[in-house]
Design a protein around this ligand. Structure first.
Ligand code: 5AD
Ligand code: SF4
Length: 471
Protein backbone atom coordinates (compact mmCIF):
# COMPACT_ATOMS: atom_id res chain seq x y z
CA UNK A 1 0.00 0.00 0.00
CA UNK A 2 1.44 3.39 -0.89
CA UNK A 3 0.96 6.73 0.81
CA UNK A 4 1.88 8.61 3.96
CA UNK A 5 0.34 8.39 7.39
CA UNK A 6 0.20 10.10 10.76
CA UNK A 7 -0.73 8.33 14.00
CA UNK A 8 -1.99 10.55 16.81
CA UNK A 9 -2.19 8.99 20.25
CA UNK A 10 -4.48 9.99 23.10
CA UNK A 11 -4.45 8.60 26.63
CA UNK A 12 -2.25 6.13 28.40
CA UNK A 13 0.95 4.18 27.79
CA UNK A 14 -1.02 1.16 26.58
CA UNK A 15 -2.28 3.33 23.73
CA UNK A 16 1.25 4.56 22.98
CA UNK A 17 2.29 0.94 22.81
CA UNK A 18 -0.58 0.05 20.46
CA UNK A 19 0.17 3.10 18.28
CA UNK A 20 3.70 1.80 17.74
CA UNK A 21 2.12 -1.39 16.40
CA UNK A 22 -0.39 0.44 14.21
CA UNK A 23 2.49 2.42 12.79
CA UNK A 24 4.66 -0.69 12.35
CA UNK A 25 1.90 -2.48 10.46
CA UNK A 26 1.28 0.44 8.09
CA UNK A 27 4.99 0.87 7.49
CA UNK A 28 5.49 -2.86 6.87
CA UNK A 29 2.72 -2.59 4.30
CA UNK A 30 4.67 0.05 2.34
CA UNK A 31 3.40 3.30 3.85
CA UNK A 32 5.61 6.08 5.15
CA UNK A 33 5.29 7.87 8.50
CA UNK A 34 5.16 11.68 8.38
CA UNK A 35 4.74 14.33 11.07
CA UNK A 36 2.62 16.78 9.19
CA UNK A 37 -1.11 16.24 8.54
CA UNK A 38 -0.86 18.22 5.29
CA UNK A 39 1.45 15.57 3.80
CA UNK A 40 -0.59 12.61 5.03
CA UNK A 41 -3.02 10.38 3.14
CA UNK A 42 -4.15 8.53 6.26
CA UNK A 43 -4.61 9.91 9.76
CA UNK A 44 -5.08 7.40 12.55
CA UNK A 45 -6.48 8.61 15.86
CA UNK A 46 -5.76 6.12 18.62
CA UNK A 47 -8.35 7.19 21.15
CA UNK A 48 -8.96 7.15 24.88
CA UNK A 49 -12.28 7.24 26.76
CA UNK A 50 -11.22 7.24 30.38
CA UNK A 51 -12.64 10.71 30.99
CA UNK A 52 -15.33 12.72 29.29
CA UNK A 53 -13.15 15.44 27.81
CA UNK A 54 -11.37 12.72 25.81
CA UNK A 55 -14.69 12.02 24.01
CA UNK A 56 -15.33 15.68 23.37
CA UNK A 57 -11.80 16.15 22.10
CA UNK A 58 -12.14 13.27 19.64
CA UNK A 59 -15.37 14.49 18.12
CA UNK A 60 -13.92 18.02 17.94
CA UNK A 61 -10.84 16.66 16.14
CA UNK A 62 -13.00 14.66 13.75
CA UNK A 63 -14.83 17.88 12.88
CA UNK A 64 -11.52 19.45 11.79
CA UNK A 65 -10.47 16.34 9.95
CA UNK A 66 -13.60 16.46 7.81
CA UNK A 67 -12.11 19.56 6.14
CA UNK A 68 -8.67 17.90 5.94
CA UNK A 69 -10.21 14.90 4.19
CA UNK A 70 -12.22 16.99 1.73
CA UNK A 71 -9.08 18.87 0.67
CA UNK A 72 -7.63 15.92 -1.21
CA UNK A 73 -9.11 12.93 -3.00
CA UNK A 74 -8.36 9.54 -1.42
CA UNK A 75 -7.59 10.71 2.11
CA UNK A 76 -8.68 8.36 4.90
CA UNK A 77 -9.46 8.75 8.60
CA UNK A 78 -9.03 5.82 10.99
CA UNK A 79 -10.36 5.84 14.55
CA UNK A 80 -8.82 3.15 16.75
CA UNK A 81 -8.56 2.49 20.49
CA UNK A 82 -10.80 2.64 23.53
CA UNK A 83 -13.34 5.16 22.27
CA UNK A 84 -14.00 3.06 19.17
CA UNK A 85 -14.39 0.00 21.35
CA UNK A 86 -16.89 1.90 23.51
CA UNK A 87 -18.87 3.75 20.84
CA UNK A 88 -18.63 1.07 18.11
CA UNK A 89 -20.80 2.03 15.11
CA UNK A 90 -21.68 5.22 17.00
CA UNK A 91 -18.43 6.77 15.76
CA UNK A 92 -19.49 6.58 12.11
CA UNK A 93 -23.03 7.64 13.04
CA UNK A 94 -21.67 10.84 14.58
CA UNK A 95 -18.92 11.30 11.98
CA UNK A 96 -19.91 9.46 8.77
CA UNK A 97 -16.77 10.74 7.01
CA UNK A 98 -14.61 8.36 9.11
CA UNK A 99 -13.29 5.51 6.92
CA UNK A 100 -12.23 2.89 9.46
CA UNK A 101 -13.35 2.34 13.04
CA UNK A 102 -11.42 -0.42 14.76
CA UNK A 103 -11.41 -1.61 18.36
CA UNK A 104 -8.70 -2.37 20.90
CA UNK A 105 -8.58 -6.04 19.86
CA UNK A 106 -8.28 -5.30 16.12
CA UNK A 107 -4.87 -3.65 16.03
CA UNK A 108 -3.39 -6.55 14.01
CA UNK A 109 -5.96 -5.79 11.26
CA UNK A 110 -4.90 -2.16 10.72
CA UNK A 111 -3.35 -2.47 7.25
CA UNK A 112 -6.07 -4.77 5.88
CA UNK A 113 -8.81 -2.47 7.11
CA UNK A 114 -7.23 0.60 5.52
CA UNK A 115 -6.89 -1.31 2.26
CA UNK A 116 -10.42 -2.71 2.36
CA UNK A 117 -11.98 0.64 3.02
CA UNK A 118 -10.16 2.09 -0.02
CA UNK A 119 -12.15 -0.34 -2.14
CA UNK A 120 -15.39 -0.85 -0.24
CA UNK A 121 -15.88 2.38 1.72
CA UNK A 122 -16.44 2.87 5.47
CA UNK A 123 -15.82 -0.10 7.81
CA UNK A 124 -16.41 -0.64 11.51
CA UNK A 125 -14.67 -3.71 12.92
CA UNK A 126 -14.75 -4.32 16.67
CA UNK A 127 -13.84 -7.68 18.18
CA UNK A 128 -15.35 -8.26 21.62
CA UNK A 129 -12.25 -9.84 23.06
CA UNK A 130 -8.60 -10.53 22.45
CA UNK A 131 -9.20 -14.27 22.15
CA UNK A 132 -9.79 -15.56 18.65
CA UNK A 133 -10.08 -19.29 17.90
CA UNK A 134 -8.59 -19.98 21.35
CA UNK A 135 -5.60 -17.87 20.43
CA UNK A 136 -4.80 -14.71 22.41
CA UNK A 137 -3.80 -11.75 20.28
CA UNK A 138 -1.16 -9.82 22.20
CA UNK A 139 -0.35 -6.60 20.30
CA UNK A 140 3.25 -6.99 21.50
CA UNK A 141 3.74 -9.78 19.00
CA UNK A 142 3.11 -7.37 16.10
CA UNK A 143 5.81 -5.45 14.23
CA UNK A 144 6.49 -2.09 15.83
CA UNK A 145 7.73 1.27 14.73
CA UNK A 146 8.98 2.66 18.01
CA UNK A 147 9.41 6.35 18.69
CA UNK A 148 12.60 5.95 20.69
CA UNK A 149 15.56 3.62 20.32
CA UNK A 150 16.73 3.23 23.90
CA UNK A 151 13.49 2.53 25.78
CA UNK A 152 10.44 0.43 25.03
CA UNK A 153 7.02 -0.46 26.36
CA UNK A 154 6.45 -4.17 26.93
CA UNK A 155 2.94 -5.47 27.53
CA UNK A 156 2.81 -8.13 30.21
CA UNK A 157 -0.95 -8.35 30.57
CA UNK A 158 -4.00 -7.08 28.77
CA UNK A 159 -7.45 -6.28 30.15
CA UNK A 160 -8.60 -5.91 33.75
CA UNK A 161 -10.75 -8.13 36.00
CA UNK A 162 -11.41 -5.47 38.63
CA UNK A 163 -14.64 -3.61 39.07
CA UNK A 164 -13.61 -0.11 40.16
CA UNK A 165 -16.95 1.68 40.11
CA UNK A 166 -15.75 4.67 38.06
CA UNK A 167 -13.68 2.85 35.49
CA UNK A 168 -14.52 2.07 31.86
CA UNK A 169 -11.29 0.15 31.22
CA UNK A 170 -12.64 -3.37 31.88
CA UNK A 171 -15.44 -2.67 29.38
CA UNK A 172 -13.09 -1.56 26.60
CA UNK A 173 -9.99 -3.65 27.25
CA UNK A 174 -11.69 -6.94 28.15
CA UNK A 175 -10.80 -9.58 30.69
CA UNK A 176 -7.39 -9.88 32.23
CA UNK A 177 -4.98 -12.11 30.32
CA UNK A 178 -1.31 -12.49 31.24
CA UNK A 179 1.31 -12.98 28.62
CA UNK A 180 3.55 -16.01 29.16
CA UNK A 181 6.70 -15.13 31.07
CA UNK A 182 9.02 -16.73 28.52
CA UNK A 183 7.48 -14.60 25.77
CA UNK A 184 8.06 -11.43 27.75
CA UNK A 185 11.61 -12.40 28.58
CA UNK A 186 12.29 -13.19 24.92
CA UNK A 187 10.94 -9.83 23.78
CA UNK A 188 13.03 -7.98 26.37
CA UNK A 189 16.16 -9.89 25.32
CA UNK A 190 15.51 -9.02 21.66
CA UNK A 191 15.01 -5.38 22.56
CA UNK A 192 18.24 -5.38 24.57
CA UNK A 193 20.07 -6.96 21.64
CA UNK A 194 18.88 -3.99 19.57
CA UNK A 195 20.23 -1.42 21.99
CA UNK A 196 17.23 -0.89 24.30
CA UNK A 197 18.42 -0.39 27.88
CA UNK A 198 15.16 0.62 29.58
CA UNK A 199 11.83 -1.20 29.51
CA UNK A 200 8.48 -0.29 31.02
CA UNK A 201 6.23 -3.25 31.74
CA UNK A 202 2.59 -2.46 31.05
CA UNK A 203 -0.59 -3.85 32.51
CA UNK A 204 -3.78 -2.53 34.14
CA UNK A 205 -3.16 -4.45 37.35
CA UNK A 206 0.37 -5.77 37.19
CA UNK A 207 0.31 -7.28 40.68
CA UNK A 208 -2.07 -9.96 39.55
CA UNK A 209 0.20 -10.82 36.61
CA UNK A 210 0.43 -14.58 36.16
CA UNK A 211 -2.49 -15.61 38.39
CA UNK A 212 -4.44 -16.77 35.34
CA UNK A 213 -1.36 -18.57 33.99
CA UNK A 214 -0.91 -20.56 37.19
CA UNK A 215 -4.63 -21.40 37.30
CA UNK A 216 -4.45 -22.68 33.73
CA UNK A 217 -1.38 -24.79 34.56
CA UNK A 218 -3.19 -26.26 37.56
CA UNK A 219 -6.20 -27.14 35.45
CA UNK A 220 -3.83 -29.03 33.21
CA UNK A 221 -2.56 -31.03 36.19
CA UNK A 222 0.61 -29.13 37.14
CA UNK A 223 1.41 -29.02 40.82
CA UNK A 224 1.57 -25.24 41.19
CA UNK A 225 0.05 -22.83 43.67
CA UNK A 226 -2.41 -20.42 42.01
CA UNK A 227 -0.57 -17.19 42.68
CA UNK A 228 0.59 -14.06 40.92
CA UNK A 229 4.08 -14.08 39.45
CA UNK A 230 4.91 -10.44 39.14
CA UNK A 231 7.84 -10.61 41.56
CA UNK A 232 9.36 -13.44 39.53
CA UNK A 233 8.80 -11.48 36.34
CA UNK A 234 10.59 -8.42 37.72
CA UNK A 235 13.59 -10.53 38.69
CA UNK A 236 13.72 -12.28 35.32
CA UNK A 237 13.38 -9.10 33.27
CA UNK A 238 15.88 -7.32 35.51
CA UNK A 239 18.41 -10.07 34.83
CA UNK A 240 18.31 -9.69 31.03
CA UNK A 241 21.75 -8.67 29.83
CA UNK A 242 21.91 -5.06 28.65
CA UNK A 243 18.79 -3.92 30.54
CA UNK A 244 19.80 -1.15 32.93
CA UNK A 245 16.36 0.10 33.93
CA UNK A 246 13.03 -1.64 34.47
CA UNK A 247 9.87 0.30 35.20
CA UNK A 248 6.26 -0.80 35.42
CA UNK A 249 2.77 0.60 35.57
CA UNK A 250 0.31 0.22 37.21
CA UNK A 251 0.10 -1.81 40.37
CA UNK A 252 -3.09 -2.05 42.41
CA UNK A 253 -2.71 -1.32 46.14
CA UNK A 254 -5.12 -4.12 47.08
CA UNK A 255 -2.85 -6.71 45.48
CA UNK A 256 0.53 -5.18 46.33
CA UNK A 257 2.47 -7.88 48.16
CA UNK A 258 5.73 -7.68 50.01
CA UNK A 259 7.35 -10.14 47.59
CA UNK A 260 7.00 -7.55 44.79
CA UNK A 261 8.59 -4.83 46.91
CA UNK A 262 11.41 -7.21 47.83
CA UNK A 263 11.95 -8.11 44.18
CA UNK A 264 12.12 -4.39 43.35
CA UNK A 265 14.62 -3.74 46.12
CA UNK A 266 16.77 -6.76 45.30
CA UNK A 267 16.88 -6.34 41.51
CA UNK A 268 19.37 -3.56 40.73
CA UNK A 269 17.85 -2.77 37.32
CA UNK A 270 14.36 -2.11 38.74
CA UNK A 271 14.04 1.64 39.20
CA UNK A 272 13.27 3.27 42.54
CA UNK A 273 9.90 4.54 41.39
CA UNK A 274 6.46 3.31 42.30
CA UNK A 275 3.31 4.62 40.67
CA UNK A 276 0.79 3.69 43.34
CA UNK A 277 -2.76 4.87 42.59
CA UNK A 278 -4.56 6.02 45.76
CA UNK A 279 -7.81 7.31 44.13
CA UNK A 280 -9.19 8.43 47.53
CA UNK A 281 -8.03 8.53 51.14
CA UNK A 282 -11.51 7.99 52.60
CA UNK A 283 -12.33 4.39 53.53
CA UNK A 284 -15.99 5.05 52.80
CA UNK A 285 -15.27 6.31 49.28
CA UNK A 286 -12.70 3.57 48.65
CA UNK A 287 -15.38 1.05 49.55
CA UNK A 288 -17.93 2.73 47.23
CA UNK A 289 -15.25 2.60 44.53
CA UNK A 290 -14.67 -1.16 45.27
CA UNK A 291 -10.96 -0.57 45.62
CA UNK A 292 -10.43 -3.27 48.26
CA UNK A 293 -8.10 -1.37 50.63
CA UNK A 294 -8.26 1.32 53.28
CA UNK A 295 -6.24 4.52 53.59
CA UNK A 296 -4.34 2.97 56.53
CA UNK A 297 -3.52 -0.22 54.62
CA UNK A 298 -2.32 1.86 51.66
CA UNK A 299 0.02 3.85 53.89
CA UNK A 300 1.31 0.70 55.64
CA UNK A 301 2.44 -0.76 52.32
CA UNK A 302 4.13 2.50 51.50
CA UNK A 303 6.08 2.32 54.75
CA UNK A 304 7.20 -1.21 53.76
CA UNK A 305 8.19 0.04 50.30
CA UNK A 306 10.26 2.93 51.67
CA UNK A 307 11.89 0.72 54.31
CA UNK A 308 13.06 -1.60 51.54
CA UNK A 309 13.92 1.23 49.10
CA UNK A 310 14.88 4.36 51.02
CA UNK A 311 15.23 6.50 47.88
CA UNK A 312 11.91 5.45 46.38
CA UNK A 313 9.90 8.06 44.45
CA UNK A 314 6.16 7.55 44.78
CA UNK A 315 3.59 8.96 42.38
CA UNK A 316 -0.16 8.52 42.41
CA UNK A 317 -3.57 9.10 40.86
CA UNK A 318 -6.39 10.71 42.86
CA UNK A 319 -9.99 11.26 41.82
CA UNK A 320 -11.79 14.27 43.27
CA UNK A 321 -15.58 14.40 43.47
CA UNK A 322 -16.49 10.72 43.31
CA UNK A 323 -20.29 10.51 43.82
CA UNK A 324 -21.16 10.96 47.50
CA UNK A 325 -17.74 12.36 48.48
CA UNK A 326 -18.34 14.60 51.52
CA UNK A 327 -16.11 17.31 52.94
CA UNK A 328 -14.97 14.81 55.61
CA UNK A 329 -14.11 12.24 52.95
CA UNK A 330 -12.14 14.82 51.04
CA UNK A 331 -10.27 15.97 54.15
CA UNK A 332 -9.26 12.36 54.69
CA UNK A 333 -7.86 12.31 51.12
CA UNK A 334 -5.83 15.42 51.97
CA UNK A 335 -4.57 13.73 55.14
CA UNK A 336 -3.57 10.50 53.43
CA UNK A 337 -1.94 12.42 50.57
CA UNK A 338 0.05 14.53 53.04
CA UNK A 339 1.10 11.42 54.98
CA UNK A 340 2.07 9.60 51.78
CA UNK A 341 4.36 12.46 50.83
CA UNK A 342 4.04 11.91 47.09
CA UNK A 343 6.67 12.96 44.57
CA UNK A 344 3.96 13.77 42.10
CA UNK A 345 0.21 13.36 41.79
CA UNK A 346 -2.12 13.12 38.82
CA UNK A 347 -5.39 14.59 40.02
CA UNK A 348 -8.58 13.90 38.11
CA UNK A 349 -12.07 15.25 38.43
CA UNK A 350 -14.60 12.42 38.51
CA UNK A 351 -16.16 11.93 35.11
CA UNK A 352 -19.22 9.68 34.76
CA UNK A 353 -18.59 7.02 32.12
CA UNK A 354 -21.72 5.48 30.73
CA UNK A 355 -21.88 1.78 31.57
CA UNK A 356 -19.97 2.10 34.85
CA UNK A 357 -21.59 1.77 38.27
CA UNK A 358 -20.57 5.28 39.35
CA UNK A 359 -22.35 6.83 36.37
CA UNK A 360 -25.66 5.58 37.81
CA UNK A 361 -25.12 7.30 41.19
CA UNK A 362 -26.56 10.51 39.75
CA UNK A 363 -28.38 11.61 42.90
CA UNK A 364 -25.07 11.76 44.79
CA UNK A 365 -23.02 13.59 42.14
CA UNK A 366 -21.02 16.36 43.79
CA UNK A 367 -21.69 19.99 42.86
CA UNK A 368 -19.06 21.03 40.23
CA UNK A 369 -18.19 24.21 42.15
CA UNK A 370 -17.41 22.14 45.25
CA UNK A 371 -15.33 19.73 43.15
CA UNK A 372 -13.37 22.60 41.58
CA UNK A 373 -12.60 23.99 45.03
CA UNK A 374 -11.45 20.60 46.32
CA UNK A 375 -9.32 20.07 43.22
CA UNK A 376 -7.44 23.32 43.94
CA UNK A 377 -7.01 22.51 47.63
CA UNK A 378 -5.58 19.11 46.77
CA UNK A 379 -3.29 20.65 44.18
CA UNK A 380 -1.79 22.96 46.78
CA UNK A 381 -1.03 20.02 49.09
CA UNK A 382 0.48 17.77 46.42
CA UNK A 383 2.51 20.52 44.76
CA UNK A 384 4.00 21.48 48.09
CA UNK A 385 5.15 17.92 48.73
CA UNK A 386 6.43 17.58 45.14
CA UNK A 387 8.56 20.71 45.53
CA UNK A 388 9.93 19.60 48.91
CA UNK A 389 10.83 16.22 47.42
CA UNK A 390 12.64 17.93 44.57
CA UNK A 391 14.43 20.40 46.83
CA UNK A 392 15.77 17.48 48.86
CA UNK A 393 17.63 16.31 45.74
CA UNK A 394 19.56 19.55 45.22
CA UNK A 395 23.29 18.95 45.64
CA UNK A 396 23.05 15.25 44.80
CA UNK A 397 24.64 13.61 41.79
CA UNK A 398 22.15 11.48 39.87
CA UNK A 399 22.27 9.09 36.95
CA UNK A 400 20.12 10.20 34.04
CA UNK A 401 19.30 8.75 30.67
CA UNK A 402 19.27 11.48 28.03
CA UNK A 403 15.97 12.00 26.18
CA UNK A 404 17.26 14.65 23.77
CA UNK A 405 17.11 18.40 23.21
CA UNK A 406 14.04 20.16 24.54
CA UNK A 407 11.51 21.32 21.95
CA UNK A 408 11.50 24.90 23.17
CA UNK A 409 15.25 25.43 23.45
CA UNK A 410 17.61 23.02 21.65
CA UNK A 411 20.55 24.03 23.86
CA UNK A 412 18.67 22.58 26.84
CA UNK A 413 18.58 18.79 27.08
CA UNK A 414 16.23 16.66 29.10
CA UNK A 415 16.94 13.43 30.90
CA UNK A 416 15.26 11.13 33.44
CA UNK A 417 16.62 9.93 36.73
CA UNK A 418 15.92 6.42 38.00
CA UNK A 419 13.13 8.02 40.09
CA UNK A 420 11.65 9.21 36.78
CA UNK A 421 12.35 12.84 37.54
CA UNK A 422 12.73 15.13 34.58
CA UNK A 423 16.10 16.94 34.59
CA UNK A 424 16.97 19.93 32.39
CA UNK A 425 20.64 20.53 31.69
CA UNK A 426 22.84 22.19 29.06
CA UNK A 427 25.73 20.01 27.82
CA UNK A 428 28.63 21.71 26.01
CA UNK A 429 28.09 19.47 23.01
CA UNK A 430 24.95 17.54 22.11
CA UNK A 431 24.40 14.09 23.62
CA UNK A 432 22.56 11.32 21.83
CA UNK A 433 19.23 10.07 23.18
CA UNK A 434 19.87 6.99 25.29
CA UNK A 435 23.22 8.20 26.69
CA UNK A 436 23.67 7.56 30.40
CA UNK A 437 25.26 10.44 32.26
CA UNK A 438 25.64 11.79 35.75
CA UNK A 439 24.40 15.26 36.60
CA UNK A 440 24.55 17.33 39.73
CA UNK A 441 21.17 18.70 40.70
CA UNK A 442 21.42 22.47 41.20
CA UNK A 443 17.82 23.69 41.30
CA UNK A 444 14.35 22.33 41.98
CA UNK A 445 10.90 23.23 40.63
CA UNK A 446 7.64 21.30 41.30
CA UNK A 447 7.70 19.54 37.94
CA UNK A 448 11.38 19.32 37.04
CA UNK A 449 14.94 19.55 38.30
CA UNK A 450 17.84 21.49 36.86
CA UNK A 451 21.22 19.83 36.68
CA UNK A 452 24.81 20.27 35.53
CA UNK A 453 26.46 17.54 33.51
CA UNK A 454 29.28 15.81 35.40
CA UNK A 455 30.19 12.72 33.39
CA UNK A 456 29.07 10.61 30.45
CA UNK A 457 28.62 7.10 31.81
CA UNK A 458 27.63 5.09 28.73
CA UNK A 459 26.94 5.84 25.09
CA UNK A 460 23.89 4.32 23.42
CA UNK A 461 24.57 1.27 21.28
CA UNK A 462 21.52 1.15 19.04
CA UNK A 463 21.70 -1.52 16.49
CA UNK A 464 18.32 -0.56 15.05
CA UNK A 465 19.16 0.99 11.73
CA UNK A 466 15.85 0.42 10.02
CA UNK A 467 12.97 1.80 12.05
CA UNK A 468 10.76 -1.28 11.80
CA UNK A 469 11.69 -3.90 14.37
CA UNK A 470 9.72 -7.05 14.93
CA UNK A 471 9.04 -7.02 18.64
N1 5AD B 1 -13.19 9.84 36.24
C1 5AD B 1 -12.05 10.44 36.65
N2 5AD B 1 -10.85 9.82 36.70
C2 5AD B 1 -10.80 8.55 36.29
N3 5AD B 1 -9.79 7.68 36.20
C3 5AD B 1 -10.24 6.53 35.72
N4 5AD B 1 -11.56 6.61 35.47
C4 5AD B 1 -11.94 7.86 35.81
C5 5AD B 1 -13.17 8.55 35.81
N5 5AD B 1 -14.30 7.98 35.39
C6 5AD B 1 -8.41 8.00 36.64
C7 5AD B 1 -7.96 7.08 37.76
C8 5AD B 1 -6.96 6.19 37.08
C9 5AD B 1 -6.39 7.11 36.03
C10 5AD B 1 -5.69 6.43 34.91
O1 5AD B 1 -7.53 7.80 35.54
O2 5AD B 1 -7.34 7.87 38.74
O3 5AD B 1 -5.96 5.70 37.97
FE1 SF4 C 1 -9.81 0.61 36.03
FE2 SF4 C 1 -9.60 -0.36 38.51
FE3 SF4 C 1 -8.91 -1.91 36.38
FE4 SF4 C 1 -7.37 0.20 37.06
S1 SF4 C 1 -7.77 -1.63 38.34
S2 SF4 C 1 -8.07 -0.36 34.99
S3 SF4 C 1 -8.88 1.67 37.81
S4 SF4 C 1 -10.97 -1.16 36.90
Amino acid sequence: MTGKYVVRTFGCQMNEHDSERISGLLQNDGMEAVDDDSEADVIVLNTCCIRENADNKLYGTLGHLKTWKAAREGRQIVVAGCLSQKDKDGVQKRAPWVDVVMGTHNVHRTAELVRESRVHGPITEIYDEAVNDDHVLFPSALPARRETTYNAWVTIQIGCDNTCAYCIVPAVRGKEISRPLDDIEREVAELAANGVTEVTLLGQNVNSYGRDLSLAERREGADVRPSPRFAELLRRVGAVEGIRRVRYTSPHPKDMRIDVLEAMAQTPAVCEHLHYPLQSGSDRVLSLMHRGYTGARYLERLVDARRLMPDLAVTTDIIVGFPGETEDDFVRTLEVAAAADFDSTYTFIFSPREGTEAATMVESFVDPAVVADRFERLRTVVERSALLKHQARVGRTEEIVVEGPSKRDPSVFTGRTRQNKLVHFSPVSPLRAGTYASVEIVRAAPHFLQGELREVLAEPSHRIRIPVASA
